[in-house]
Design a protein around this ligand. Structure first.
Ligand code: ADP
Ligand code: MG
Length: 564
């Protein structure tokens, strides 16, 4: 039975399936590829989904809901007429519509799906997405990060060319920028950034306001229906400008016709603030991944707003790179989710592709700052670490004759522990330790299924464990036990790996033994090696490992010919 891939978007949703060695998108009951993510109730109390609901957004605001993806995993409720809905329930109605429409095309029931979610979605929001799926009658074992899905669609089309890619996803109300590395058919997300208050609707609003002011229309004089009509025309005008240089808006209000000519230059002028905000997440993500834009293999544009020629031109201007143009921005994520679904059902053609995931948040413990005595976060697993990962850190006594430690684990980015989400704690007795003496080593191991294992080893060699299973984990006890077993055997993060430590020790010894030029060369290469270890990208680690190893071999008089 087919597993479908679903792009459950903030503005639009769609589905695709792996069929005869290809990912194929489904058309819905109206023959459209995109189904607006809007839900409403009509005058007879019936549920409306998709395009019909979207049409009524402005005319029947109290009976229609949209953009509920933003509230997934929160307590927010939506009141439509006399009924109340959670964001999960609204999403489940969209998923059910997508599922039923796809079943009509396939001619068979669909029971399972892979759904894409933003890479930064935390645990609660991933859990909410899975719940929405189960309410709609779909089994969802795996979610796929949207940028990974987009990259997968790109790589499937272009062949799996090794390299680092930037994915820019500009949708209706959000902008997500990610850096993805693909090596030997293994895909890794290196960094994610974005702005969740920037999207296509900002252009619609700019055109709407421009139309009103150019025609000297006061918004207060308009009925809801008239506002809706102008707003819709503003969006149509923006979409038309993606294909034609000039377009005219024309609206009839109270027997008077108002018009406006629009071109892309005017659009850029009236929405310059939107353009200015695009740059900062692009800069941030390159910085986080420590990568130069010139080193990218390609820039992949997805999301409806990337169909605007002004957007691709702007991205080309700021990056100096021509983004790829042969991927359909509307369907890339759904196609990627379908490819992943195909991999999940072990299709022969896809058996070699492996996908890794990142931890979208940091994990750490609360510690006392030795200078200020404030309680602050010490991050053990930094955000954007590749999963599964295992890292450890040593901790020192804060008072003399300390005989116990309280280790509280948190998830989040704030330096103040109470601003983050507390996951649990361990209270441990230990041998009396003098102030500043080594008291314990704490190891955190985290995997893609949301299983966090904390292992604390005190100086007397005793170990204390705690495992925290995330809310979004739907595995059986037996499956969890199997994962825990695997995780406990997991090798440590690259920084802690034996061979890497050995090479660092060798380099440090070589630095002591050499002088001038050679010393400088090893020092610089060692620093670069440590930097890539911290980042955790296996391909870069391999390259730098070989470079440093080759350099020391050469200085030691051993020539393996490996030096680059
Ligand atoms: P989301 O990821 O938020 O669900 P999409 O990726 O479907 O959304 O993008 C929706 C946005 O793309 C809307 O603001 C829509 O107006 C815009 N859009 C769709 N097609 C075009 C086009 N041809 N030109 C410009 N904007 C477009
Ligand atoms: Mg999207």
């Amino acid at each position: 039975m087919a597993i479908i891939g679903i792009d459950l978007g903030t503005t639009n949703s769609l589905a695709a399936v792996w069929k005869d060695g290809q990912p194929v998108v489904f058309k819905n009951s109206l023959g459209d590829i995109l189904t607006p993510s809007a839900v409403g109730i009509d005058d007879n109390g019936e549920i409306l989904c998709g395009k019909v609901a979207r049409e009524r957004l402005i005319t029947h605001p109290s009976m229609t809901a949209a953009e509920f993806k933003r509230s997934m995993g929160t307590d927010r409720k939506y009141t439509l007429g006399t009924s109340t809905f959670t964001p999960e329930q609204l999403s489940s109605l969209i998923l059910r519509k997508i599922k039923e429409d796809a079943e009509k095309v396939l001619g068979e029931p669909i029971e399972e799906a892979v759904i894409s979610v933003p890479a930064y979605f935390d645990d609660a929001r991933r859990f909410a997405t899975k719940q929405a799926a189960s309410m709609s009658g779909l089994k969802v074992e795996r979610l796929i990060n949207e940028p990974s899905a987009a990259a997968l669609a790109y790589l499937h089309k272009h062949g799996f060319v090794d390299g680092t890619y930037m994915v820019i996803d500009f949708g209706g109300g959000t902008l997500d920028v990610s850096i993805i590395d693909s090596f030997d058919s293994v895909m890794e997300i290196l960094a994610v950034s974005g702005n969740n208050a920037l999207g296509g609707k900002d252009f619609n609003e700019a055109i709407y306001n421009h139309f009103l002011s150019a025609n000297e229309i006061l918004p207060d004089t308009l009925t809801d229906e008239q506002k809706a009509m102008i707003y819709k025309m503003a969006e149509d005008c923006k979409i038309a400008l993606s294909d034609t240089p000039l377009t005219m808006m024309s609206v009839n209000i109270n027997d008077k016709t108002y018009t406006l000519m629009m071109d892309n230059n005017t659009l850029i002028k009236i929405s310059h603030e939107v353009f200015e905000k695009i740059l900062s997440p692009i800069k941030q993500v390159l910085r986080d991944a420590r990568i130069n834009v010139a080193d990218l293999e390609d820039i992949i544009l997805v999301g409806g707003s990337c169909k605007m020629p002004t957007i691709s031109a702007y991205i080309e201007k700021v990056t100096g790179r021509k983004p790829c143009t042969d991927i359909n921005p509307d369907t890339a994520i759904a196609l990627g989710a379908a490819i992943f679904a195909g991999m999940k059902s072990r299709n022969e053609e896809l058996k070699d592709i492996v996908m890794t995931d990142i931890c979208p948040f940091s994990l750490g413990i609360a510690v006392e700052d030795s200078r200020t005595h404030e309680i602050i976060m010490d991050f053990i697993i930094p955000r954007n670490s590749m999963l599964p990962t295992s890292r450890r850190k040593s901790y020192y006594a804060v008072s003399d004759n300390q005989t116990s430690v309280r280790i509280q684990f948190f998830q989040g980015e704030s330096i103040i522990p109470s601003n983050n989400t507390k996951l649990g704690e361990l209270l441990i007795n230990c041998p009396a330790t003098p102030k500043h003496g080594l008291i314990d080593t704490t190891k955190m191991t985290y995997d893609i299924n949301g299983i966090l294992m904390v292992e604390v080893e005190t100086v007397d060699g005793k170990t204390h464990n705690k495992t925290i299973i995330s809310k979004s984990n739907r595995m059986s006890e037996a499956e969890i036990a199997r994962c825990q077993e695997q995780l406990s055997k997991l090798t440590l993060a690259p920084t802690d790996k034996e061979e890497n430590r050995l090479l660092i020790a060798r380099a440090e010894r070589a630095i002591e033994e050499t002088l001038s030029f050679e010393r400088e060369a090893i020092t610089q290469t060692l620093l670069a090696f440590k930097a890539v270890l911290e980042k955790g990208n296996s391909r870069e680690i391999r390259i730098m490992y070989n470079r440093l190893n080759g350099l020391i071999d050469k200085i030691d008089g051993i020539d393996t010919g490996l030096i680059e």
